[in-house]
Design a protein around this ligand. Structure first.
Ligand SMILES: Cc1cc2nc3c(=O)[nH]c(=O)nc-3n(C[C@H](O)[C@H](O)[C@H](O)COP(=O)(O)OP(=O)(O)OC[C@H]3O[C@@H](n4cnc5c(N)ncnc54)[C@H](O)[C@@H]3O)c2cc1C
Length: 477
């Protein structure tokens, strides 16, 4: 028997679950109300593949995050995204902080994590010359790393599509009916889809989606985290620098970004509105201060290119909630940090533990599953000879559209060939407009290329979803 499977949510969690499912079944479809994969919680986070040492032992988080960390090497090769195992330090300033460092050792042992070391002052100085001189020791975890989080979701979604799955964007699930033991999923704009099995991986909204199926899962409340992003040319640290955390988050940290630059943040504010991505003066000044405590030479005025905020889907239990609902629906909810790290292990858990065991679904592995997808890498990191060669073969490889991040017309056209349709698609997939000028130079040029390649009028090109227009009347670009 074959099953029609629908995954609601194209974040890192939903796309990796769909990829795990397509190893068995061809009829897997992903739905998301946004215009592309990884555009909600999976977009605005620290991008860290955590070491798994600090999750409360015996929680699902602890069970899945170290396992997820380990799965990232193979995943990054298969899905051709960059992974840098740059390591992380949790730093102690005072003697009393050493107690916390010791408690991390205990937790690491309980969580089965062996990859850690206690580093004392001078050695840390050599590893990280720019951190605060007052730091006396650190808990160092060499397997912690960084990725571009939305790229994980994007590449997983492409891999699902390559293997016969379907991707539906701009599709907001609003209602569910049960017909003949099948779910009738009702989306905005009168779109409907029937499915035998549904996976609810709707991030911040997973509790509300569970209600549509008549199920209750722990209530999700958003915890906002704000960030500063710095220009690529400032080199502060080589690895991730964590402070001693507070009760609600890992604290404001300094973390390298895989495409260059650093993130400083996030703070943690419990808020009510799941749509409140605003930055606040108080929040940003808290981050500035906490970032300076870790790395005193950060010059926010000169170094930062933008600020932004992400929302963590928290629950009172502070653990992932992954469970079967009344029928053949799996709720994957409360996927707070380290959900990015745990995502590949969450995907395996959903299929092996819930769908195969609890639902007693008979799945056979497909022989024709192809785990690999090609890279979306932008060519600006290539050495100059290679770049010259590319330009000889195709002059558009030398026609820079984004000067900040050195993205050429050829790169943008390649992204469009691989499915990019909006300005945001181009931004996330090529890095164009992510640089110092934040798109003030290149946006109009990208709109023109999108319009030409997609055979549309420039005024029909949108930022991301329907209605997010850029130009409000006819233009000639
Ligand atoms: C500030 C911050 C820092 C973090 N740092 C880290 C970190 O460094 N490392 C780490 O491991 N984790 C980190 N996390 C956690 C991590 O980002 C999340 O656990 C992970 O991204 C959750 O992914 P997801 O797929 O569950 O959710 P999402 O990415 O939000 O995906 C859910 C999708 O469902 C869609 N959706 C919702 N409702 C509907 C509907 N009705 N119809 C259709 N689609 C719908 C949404 O559009 C969305 O795309 C951080 C989180 C935050 C906020």
């Amino acid at each position: 028997m074959t099953f029609l499977i629908a995954v609601i949510g194209a974040g890192v969690v939903g796309t990796l679950i769909a990829r795990e499912l397509i190893k068995y079944e061809k009829d897997v479809a992903i739905f998301d109300e946004k215009s592309g994969p990884g555009r909600m919680v999976s977009k605005a986070n620290s991008g860290i593949i955590h070491g798994g040492y600090d999750d409360t032992p015996n929680t699902l988080r602890a069970k899945l995050s170290y396992k997820g960390n380990k799965m990232y090497d193979e995943l990054s090769k298969d899905l051709s995204f960059d992974l840098k195992r740059c390591g992380s330090h949790v730093v102690a300033f005072e003697e009393e902080d050493l107690e916390y460092i010791n408690s991390l050792v205990e937790k690491a042992i309980k969580n089965g994590v062996e990859e850690y070391q206690i580093i004392k002052g001078e050695t840390l100085k050599k590893m990280e010359p720019k951190v605060n001189e007052d730091i006396i020791a650190s808990f160092y975890c060499p397997i912690a790393g960084i990725v571009n989080p939305w790229m994980v979701a994007h590449q997983a979604a492409r891999n699902v599509e390559m293997n016969g799955g379907k991707l539906y964007f701009n599709k907001k699930l609003i209602d569910v009916e049960m017909n003949d033991k099948r779910y009738l999923l009702k989306f905005e704009d009168d779109f409907e889809f029937e499915a035998d099995i549904v996976i609810n991986a709707a991030g911040l909204y997973a509790d509300e989606i569970a209600k549509l199926f008549g199920d209750e899962v722990p209530k999700i409340y958003p915890v906002k985290g704000e960030y500063y992003l710095t220009k690529p040319e400032f080199k502060y640290v080589n690895s991730i620098i964590f402070p001693i955390p507070n009760k609600i988050s890992k604290g404001c940290l300094v973390v390298p970004v895989i495409d260059g630059g650093f993130l400083i943040g996030p703070n943690a504010q419990e808020i009510r509105d799941k749509k409140d991505f605003s930055n606040t003066n108080e929040g940003l000044s808290e981050i500035r201060e906490k970032g300076l405590k870790l790395v005193p030479e950060i010059n926010y005025r000169q170094d930062s290119v933008k600020t932004f905020a992400g929302l963590r889907p928290e629950t009172a239990e502070k653990d992932f909630y992954i469970g079967k609902g009344e029928g053949n629906v799996v709720h994957v909810s409360g996927i707070r940090s380290p959900g990015l790290t745990a995502a590949p292990a969450i995907a395996q858990y959903v299929v092996d533990e819930i769908i195969k065991k609890e639902m007693n679904t008979k799945f056979l592995k497909r022989q024709d599953f192809n785990p690999k997808v090609d890279s979306f890498r932008v060519f600006n990191e290539e050495d100059i000879d290679l770049w010259n060669e590319r330009i000889e073969n195709d002059p558009e490889a030398g026609e820079l559209v984004c000067f900040c991040n050195k993205v050429s017309k050829k790169d943008i056209k390649a992204a469009i060939k691989k499915g990019a349709k909006t300005l945001e698609d181009i931004k996330f997939l090529t890095g164009a407009s992510f640089g110092e000028c934040q798109g003030s130079y290149c946006s109009s040029k990208i709109v023109k290329i999108l319009a030409e390649e997609l055979n549309k009028k420039p005024e029909d090109i949108v930022m991301n979803e329907k209605g997010t227009w850029i130009i409000d009347s006819e233009v000639r670009l």
